[in-house]
Design a protein around this ligand. Structure first.
Ligand SMILES: Cc1cc2nc3c(=O)[nH]c(=O)nc-3n(C[C@H](O)[C@H](O)[C@H](O)COP(=O)(O)O)c2cc1C
Ligand code: SF4
Ligand code: SF4
Length: 254
């Protein structure tokens, strides 16, 4: 199957996945790939312009984020088949995130041909435990890994030789299930400091799960946690540092 056009599409809360996606984009620029963040709902008709889709996402609680899963689940089944490459960023360990999202892509008639994981700054831990921040960094071998992966990807694109792979199920990831369960159940609320907020509405535009709304009685946006997956994108994009994690924890809705 000749590969003609490539789309790099990603979801990123605090920017690590975006950084890796931008490196893919820059290093493959002679092949003219396009680069976009996912939006929900997504205009799936644009995927018709591409033969190869590279999907990047952070690992949350040992899995792909709900937003990424939703993006793939709502995708039409492709005819003819499309080639897909997957990568994830993670703080400690990607568990079976690539395996599960890879399976979902195959259900959409994608030929999965490459998966990769890159250790990146653990955004949740860095926000929850600021003194530990220096411990959370990109993996030491990230540059080498990226160079090797990009060389492989380039060869696949240029030669159009796409070999289907099956991501490995990591049995030992099951040991992480208690962590995953508690990580999903107990989480933090976000609050806005009205005195700091400059009412720029960036949080409203950045949240793909539409958790932020313009307030009716005040210009300070209102947060609704019903669908929040705690990616902290709003926190990282707030120019006034007005969005904080409240000290109160709560049971997550799902
Ligand atoms: C809600 C949440 C859950 C996370 N769960 C995991 C996890 O289970 N395993 C892991 O290794 N890293 C975990 N991380 C760390 C992220 O995978 C890592 O920081 C990732 O690079 C963030 O990407 P981003 O900067 O593009 O948002 C989690 C981060 C968040 C915000
Ligand atoms: S409201 Fe929740 S889902 Fe939306 S950007 Fe903020 S942390 Fe992410
Ligand atoms: S991004 Fe920050 S400053 Fe801007 S509206 Fe949201 S809370 Fe206020």
């Amino acid at each position: 199957m000749p590969v003609k056009r490539t789309l790099i599409i990603y979801h990123s809360g605090a920017g690590s996945t975006k950084t890796i996606a931008e490196i893919y984009h820059e290093k493959l620029k002679d092949l003219s790939p396009d680069l976009i963040p996912i939006t929900l709902p997504f205009p799936y008709e644009i995927l018709g312009h591409y033969d190869l889709i590279v999907l990047g996402f952070p690992t949350y609680h040992g899995e792909a984020p709900h937003s990424m899963v939703q993006f793939v689940e709502n995708m039409p089944s492709f005819e003819p088949q499309k080639t897909a490459f997957l990568f994830t960023t993670y703080g400690l360990y990607p568990a079976n995130a690539l395996y599960h999202l890879g399976k979902k892509l195959k259900e959409k008639n994608c030929v999965l041909s490459f998966t990769a994981g890159y250790r990146a700054p653990a955004t949740d831990a860095a926000l929850l435990l600021p003194p530990m921040k220096p411990l959370f960094r990109y993996g030491k071998n990230t540059v080498k890994k990226l160079n090797n992966h990009l060389e492989h990807i380039r060869k696949c694109i240029v030669s159009s030789q796409i070999v289907e792979i099956n991501p490995r199920f990591r049995l030992h990831a099951l040991l992480n299930y208690p962590n995953q369960y508690f990580g999903k159940r107990v989480t933090h609320q976000l609050t806005v400091d009205d005195t700091l907020c400059v009412q720029c509405n960036r949080c409203v535009h950045q949240c793909i799960l539409t958790c932020w709304h313009r307030g009716s009685s005040s210009l300070v946006p209102v947060y609704d946690n019903t669908h929040c997956e705690y990616c902290f994108k709003c926190v990282h994009h707030c120019p006034a540092n007005a969005i904080m994690l409240s000290s109160k924890t709560k049971d997550a809705p799902n």
